[in-house]
Design a protein around this ligand. Structure first.
Ligand SMILES: Cc1ncc(C[n+]2csc(CCOP(=O)(O)OP(=O)(O)O)c2C)c(N)n1
Ligand SMILES: [Mg+2]
Length: 550
């Protein structure tokens, strides 16, 4: 096996007592089942026939996408919804380059996606000898968008390689990994060597927690800033306990939405903006505790988030811990156990503080809401929120209404608000929502798209119909790439180009797929149609013509 980040030597502990010869493909599928994978998303080809042969009759469900980009977003949506790795299976060459985009999204947003691909025969890999689906450096393509990737050159190495892939998906920051199998490896028969034992993850350093508490006891006005790491670690209860003990308001990034309930009086949500009431609160603060956030360029509006004199950072990833803002000190650890460790020590110290308190936090939130982007479209967002159950999932595309939702749609539970925050890929919402609904079939899942973004992956409607996915797909339709038009208006003196769209009639499109399609003109009708669509076991297209944003 050849690995990108480090050499991988599987432990050879001799053949198992039952020396059953299995194909590489069977060993891959066997390992998937052993690692608890119930579903894979993909598109077959002649290079993956051995894998599909093994999937037939296995307990692993295969969901047939219409484009590998869709399969990648579905795997990402699945992972975001339940926290377990989402798995995609693609062919060599075009299958790999097609899936690189959604894997890029999963990479920037820290979502654990496993891509399994074929490659040409071992003897021909990277040599461009005219094989079907030749790609000069397939692993290089995927190295750009994954945390770890490797080629498996012997069928006997498959279990160890799969074990390492799952280890990579579960240690540290969750991010995509890729394994490729030359097609003759998938057909090769071998006795599997058992995988090495998993390595347990380390607990946060007790001395670092002691020092954090020491430092916190000298502070009077602390604010918590919570990112996607808190969602991944299900850190809500200890974060609320910490906030309540310190009287500390909680600001979230977009990726942190839902880590703590946005109707708690101390929770502000993703409403920080330079100059608003939340900004004022931060400028008054003497301490900021950042949990599971890289304090990224976008989230901090170009690094303009006010940082008080004491900055404590908690992150599972030692590199992210010091990225963008140097902490007074940092704690390497997962958001839940590190925060719980601080709370336990504060309780022991009998540490009392009023801090800003819930009244200040709630006042800042309400003031920031009235000044937030898209406040004039609130009736639509309220209708969507009322229609989706408290634990239901809103899956957003890159569209103006979703930008408004980032601030104004309250999320109450972890893994209920998805947005392609880092890579900003149009076409995320529909396939990611399909993946989410497959991961959590009983949850109410709603996709929100713009008319432009929807067309990037609308072919996945076919997947949703075939799999009978009950999914309202709301298209806020202004026949425009408004986000771009808005930028051309503000930054280019209104010199518009390439932003007007001639769209299909989405109700007719629904008709072509033989699924319900409706057009609604106000928020009440939108609410009713989402509720009705959530009760169906088929997708529903809801076209909402809206006033121009620009
Ligand atoms: C893959 C990809 N290509 C291009 C863009 C650039 N882009 C960002 S927003 C946008 C317009 C989206 O239009 P629509 O989905 O109708 O939403 P609206 O902005 O009109 O609300 C474009 C083209 C992108 N984000 N992703
Ligand atoms: Mg539009």
């Amino acid at each position: 096996m050849t690995a990108t980040n480090r050499a991988l030597e599987p432990t050879r502990v001799g053949p198992s007592p039952v020396q059953e010869l299995r194909t590489g493909g069977e060993l891959v599928v066997g390992a998937l089942a052993e690692h608890g994978v119930d579903t894979v998303f993909g598109i077959p080809g002649v290079h993956t026939l051995a894998l599909y042969d093994a999937l037939r009759g296995s307990p692993v469900r295969h969901v047939l996408a219409r484009h590998e980009q869709g399969a990648g977003f579905m795997a990402d949506g699945y992972a975001r919804a339940c926290g377990r790795p989402g798995v995609a299976v693609v062919i060599s060459g075009p299958g790999v380059t097609n899936i690189a985009t959604p894997v890029g999204e999963a990479f920037t947003d820290s979502s654990p996606v496993l891509v399994l691909s074929s490659n040409v025969e071992r003897a021909h890999v990277d040599r461009m000898r005219g094989n079907l689906h030749d790609l000069k450096d397939q692993r290089g393509v995927m190295a750009a968008v994954t945390k770890w990737n490797a080629r498996v050159d012997l069928a006997a190495d498959v279990p160890a390689a799969m074990a390492e892939a799952f280890r990579q998906l579960t240690i540290g920051r969750p991010q995509p990994v890729h394994l490729e199998f030359p097609l003759d490896v998938l057909d090769e028969r071998a006795v599997a060597t058992p995988p090495p034992a998993p390595v347990p993850t380390a607990a946060p350093d007790a001395r670092a927690l002691d020092r954090a508490v020491e430092r916190l006891s000298g502070l009077r006005r602390v604010v918590l800033y919570v990112g996607g790491g808190a969602v991944a670690a299900a850190a809500g209860p200890p974060l609320l306990a910490l906030a309540e003990r310190l009287g500390a308001p909680i600001i979230t990034s977009i990726m942190g939405k839902g880590a703590v309930p946005e109707d708690h009086p101390l929770v502000i949500g993703a409403l920080w903006q330079p100059g608003n009431a939340v900004d004022a609160l931060l400028r008054e603060a003497d301490g900021l505790v950042v949990v599971g956030s890289k304090l990224g360029f976008q989230a901090t509006e170009g690094f303009h988030l006010p940082i008080p004199s004491t900055l404590i950072r908690i992150d599972i990833d030692p590199d992210e811990l010091v990225l963008n803002a140097t902490p007074t000190f940092g704690i390497v650890g997962d958001a839940a156990s590190a925060t719980a460790g601080i709370v336990a020590r504060l309780a022991q110290a009998g540490f009392p503080t009023d801090g800003f308190g819930p009244t200040r936090a709630t006042a800042a939130r309400e003031s920031a809401r009235t000044a937030a982007f898209g406040h004039d479209r609130l009736p639509y967002l309220d209708a969507v929120r009322r229609a989706i159950p408290r634990n239901g999932i809103l899956v957003n595309d890159m569209t103006m209404m979703s930008y408004a939702a980032c601030g104004l749609y309250p999320a109450y539970e972890p893994r209920t608000f998805f947005f392609p925050a880092g890579y900003g890929t149009l076409g995320f919402a529909l396939p990611a929502a399909i993946g989410a609904k497959i991961a959590r079939p009983r949850a109410g899942v709603v996709a929100v798209c713009g008319d432009g973004g929807f067309q990037f992956t609308m072919s996945e409607l076919g997947t949703a119909v075939q799999e009978r996915i009950g999914l309202p797909v709301v298209i806020f339709n202004d026949s425009t790439y408004s986000a771009v038009k808005d930028a051309q208006a503000r930054e280019r003196g209104g010199r518009f180009l390439a932003v007007d769209l001639v769209n299909p009639d989405y109700v007719d499109l629904a008709c072509a797929y033989r699924i319900p399609g409706v057009r609604v003109h106000d928020s009440e009708a939108l609410y009713r149609e989402i509720v009705a669509a959530l009760a169906r076991d088929l997708p529903t297209l809801i076209d909402v013509p809206i006033a121009p944003w620009v």
